[in-house]
Design a protein around this ligand. Sequence first.
Ligand SMILES: [Mg+2]
Length: 236
Amino acid sequence: MIDTLAFDADDTLWHNEHLFQDTQQKLAEIVGRYRPGEEIAEALYAVEMRNLALFGYGIKGFTLSMVEAAIDLTASRISAQDVHRIVALGKAMMTAPVEMLEGVEEVLADVSGRYRTILITKGDMVDQTSKIERSGLAGHFDEVEIVARKDAEAYSRVFDRHVIDPARTLMVGNSMPSDILPVLELGGHAAHVPYAILWAHEAHDEDPVSERFHRLERMSDLRDLLCHLRRPGRHS
Ligand SMILES: [Mg+2]
């Protein structure tokens, strides 16, 4: 029996990854003035991965990685003015409108009265807090947790802190490595709702094999899944 619903935020409740992709495109235009036709995606990703342990997830770390990648790709020829443009791209991401995914508000309004609800997101504290406030969804959650990374240890700490039994919890999210696998590892249920674009870092090849793993086409399918899990005689 499920009594707690945990939700990821970025690309599960609201659009996020497109912001990074659009900004990366703008960075390519700036770098392209120095090296026409330069492919920057791979170089930027390599810098991001190198910096992840130092900067963590989020826009601020991404912005610093864009600056570093631009300096590398232009062999230090990039002008201070263009570095300033890159910093401005990062700042614009911080204040971009929060666009809700389809069906999210209806589903949250429906389930938040019937289940204990917790939002678990990783990334930068300032950025995530601001997005939660701007989304207008905060009132649907009993708890909000912003963590540095989403591994089994981090989920375990969150569940302990709020006295949540993973066996009675369903985590809903778009990332297999961040939202699904760690929760399954702890004995919880997890529902994967794929998002149209996936950051390479969150890519995962195969579905986990578990009775506690569920696949949803869209957020509005959550209600059917919850009905299914409530069926008498089903041990979940
Ligand atoms: Mg996500």
